[in-house]
Design a protein around this ligand. Sequence first.
Ligand code: GLC
Length: 509
Amino acid sequence: MREHGEVSDRADSGGPWWRDAVVYQVYPRSFQDSDGDGEGDLRGIAARLEHVRQLGADAIWLSPVYPSPMADGGYDVADYEQVDPRFGTLADADALIAAAHERGLRLLMDVVPCHTSIEHPWFAEHPERYVWSPRDDGPPNNWIASFGGPAWSRDPRTGRWYLHSFYPEQPDLDWRRQDVRDAVAGALRFWLARGVDGFRLDAVDHLLKDSQLRDDPPASAPPVLPEHADAERLEQIHSRNAPDIGGALAALREAAGDTLLAGEVYLPWRQLAPYLAHVDCAFAFELLHAPWEAAAIRAAIAAALQDDSSGEQVAWVLSNHDFPRLPDRVGARNARAAAMLSLTLPGAVFVYQGDELGMADGPGGDPPHDRAGRDRHRHPMRWDDDLPHGDFTVSEAQPWLPAIAVAGGGVAQQRTDPDSILHLYRDLIALRRTLGAGLTFLGEDEGVADGVLAYRRGDEHLVALNLGDEPRPAPSAGRVLRRTHAARTPAGLAAPVQLLPGEGFLAMI
Ligand code: GLC
């Protein structure tokens, strides 16, 4: 186990620190409020670092905390080199970075290079940095925004039409321009100088689009990764994922040096090679979207591991602030199996705050904050059921989204319950450190029943999960290290003969 107060270089595994790392995603607005305004902030995060350390995570990824009009929850950035007053100050950011490092935790910032907020001063002062329609009478093509509707809007100030891959409040920067590359690279350097350990790069499949602005053709089949219904009607071959993406990414890589770049590239894994040439790892979204069924899950994992079963460039993710939470997506019954799955895959794994409690979606905001309906996945973290608002904020405050209860209890309650999903996360993260390299699936000929997903890690470890709806015979195994549904007591470690739906184990072979 890592010692308190030490950021190790994982000399034991001989690779960069993020190899097989666990990265904990903090959604700052919903993690911990320290000043009673009902929104989480940097001081709140610093006060809760012990939870992340005890979980055993290696790093924290902070969703954006930059000044923002919050049209897209902070993914509309009005200044890359400042902190929004709602989250605190640059001094608070410095203090958080230092406090994380003291606990042996790395810290990743979220960089949103594709677009700025329409309120970023560049939009008025440097309009040349954005993508404009060459015609003054309307959009030059049929491109659709990721949240639906046309990807072009009229700038009322100039009357010209600008491109926005997401909300109209998020005009796209022109990444073929050197000044854009230099300016955003400068922001990366700014945060590196303050001590951060790397970046999650937002929406980089949208960074570069066709320079000729050609129409997207109609789609002939549904996309591999689901999109907004409007966007699914087109085959997005020109509106994103331009073949000359390398130059833009190289500029980000140069600024980042050898710190971590984790790319959010919303494309099937087989299309990621041009991105993986410059970023260290990318999210494997096919697994996040795979139906909860053994063959589909196996295919999604295989897609990301086919060239390299070490998973060195894979960032596994089963949930984040954009998608329904695990109990809602895979079923409450399967939340523990989902934890065992993601935490036993080779490569980096990202865990979204609240997953470790089995947190489900809530009702969202009324009126909604996010027009795309994602409030439901962003309710405040549940610290203690016995305190007002689950101890997210002080009792007099009004949380920005309702503080909702979690079926298994808050952190304080689950901490004292060895059967809790929180203990499962902790145990799996600790056991993850011991797993062998690479992943090999086991099949029917090795006694694996239909509906059961089973794989070996290295030569010594076996994972088996019943992803089906019926009880299934368990594959034979040696010493059990952890079961999804029983505490790590001698009784809990007996080898099961049968796996109920949603059950699984990690064992020696
Ligand atoms: C990413 C973020 C999402 C945001 C979008 C536009 O997908 O995860 O929250 O809306 O990029 O920046």
